[in-house]
Ligand binder design. Structure first.
Ligand SMILES: Nc1ncnc2c1ncn2[C@@H]1O[C@H](COP(=O)(O)OP(=O)(O)O)[C@@H](O)[C@H]1O
Ligand SMILES: O=C(O)C1=C[C@@H](OP(=O)(O)O)[C@@H](O)[C@H](O)C1
Ligand SMILES: [Mg+2]
Length: 195
C-alpha cells in the first residue's frame, strides 16, 4: 500500500489528504487562527485543537479569568506546556493564541514537530474583528486600538519566522482562507499530500 493510501483521510471535496505534520496556526488576535483552523481541520478530516480552549478547559476558567487571577506569566507557562503536549500527538490542526509564537522555546518546539502557518492581516482588518469582543484581556486598556497596534508592530518580526504565510484580507471568507492554506501546505510534500 502506498504511503498516501495508508495515511489518508478524505477531504470534503473528495480528495485523499495525507497530513504528515501538525499544522500550527500563528498570528495576531483576530487573524482567524481559531475560525480558519477549525474549518481547515474539518476539510482535511483531522482533529482540531486550540491551545486557548485546552487551557480554559483544564483550568475550568476563561482566559480573562486566568489572566486576572494568575497573571500572564502563569498563562504563558500553561500555553507552552499545552502546545508541547499537543505537538506530541498525531498530526492535526493546532490553533495557538496570538502570543504563543513569541517565546523562542515555543517556536523551536513548533518547528521541530509541526509546520507553522502565519495568518497575516492588516491592523484595520484585525481591529474590525476584535473590537466588539471583550474576551482578550490584553486589549482591556484605555486605548485598545493603540494597544493592538503596539502588539502588532512588536510581533510581526517574529511571526515572519513561520514556515508559511497566508494573507487574510477583509474580503476573503473563512472557506477561501482554507483553500489558500491548503494550497500553501501542499507546496510542502513533507507536510501534505493530496491526490
Ligand atoms: N476570513 C475571515 N472572514 C470573516 N470573518 C473572519 C475571518 N477570519 C476570522 N473571522 C472572524 O473574526 C473573528 C476572530 O477570529 P478568530 O478565529 O477568533 O481569530 P484568532 O483565533 O486568530 O484570534 C471571529 O468572529 C471570526 O469568525
Ligand atoms: O495575543 C495574545 O497574546 C493572546 C491572544 C489570545 O488568543 P487569540 O489570538 O486566539 O485571540 C489569547 O491567547 C490571549 O488572550 C492572549
Ligand atoms: Mg483564537
Amino acid at each position: 500500500m502506498s504511503k498516501i493510501e495508508h495515511n489518508s483521510a478524505k477531504t470534503e471535496d473528495g480528495r485523499a489528504a495525507a497530513l504528515h505534520k501538525t499544522v500550527v496556526m500563528v498570528g495576531m488576535m483576530g487573524a482567524g487562527k481559531t475560525a480558519v483552523g477549525r474549518a481547515l481541520a474539518q476539510r482535511l478530516g483531522v482533529p482540531f485543537l486550540d491551545s486557548d480552549a485546552e487551557i480554559e478547559n483544564a483550568a475550568n476558567m476563561s482566559i480573562p479569568e486566568i489572566f486576572e487571577r494568575d497573571g500572564e506569566a502563569f498563562f504563558r507557562d500553561r500555553e507552552s506546556q499545552v502546545i508541547g503536549r499537543l505537538l506530541k500527538g498525531a498530526p492535526c490542526v493546532l490553533s495557538t493564541g496570538g502570543g504563543a509564537f513569541l517565546a523562542e522555546a515555543n517556536r523551536r518546539m513548533i518547528s521541530e514537530r509541526g509546520v507553522s502557518v502565519w495568518l497575516k492581516a492588516d491592523l484595520s482588518v484585525l481591529w474590525n474583528r476584535v473590537r466588539h469582543k471583550d474576551t482578550r484581556p490584553l486589549l482591556r486598556t484605555a486605548d485598545p486600538r493603540a494597544t493592538l497596534r503596539a502588539l502588532y508592530e512588536a510581533r510581526v518580526p517574529l511571526y515572519s519566522e513561520a514556515d508559511l504565510c497566508v494573507i487574510s484580507d477583509g474580503e476573503t471568507s473563512i472557506e477561501q482562507m482554507v483553500d489558500r492554506v491548503i494550497a500553501a501546505l501542499a507546496t510542502r510534500k513533507d507536510v501534505l499530500e493530496l491526490s
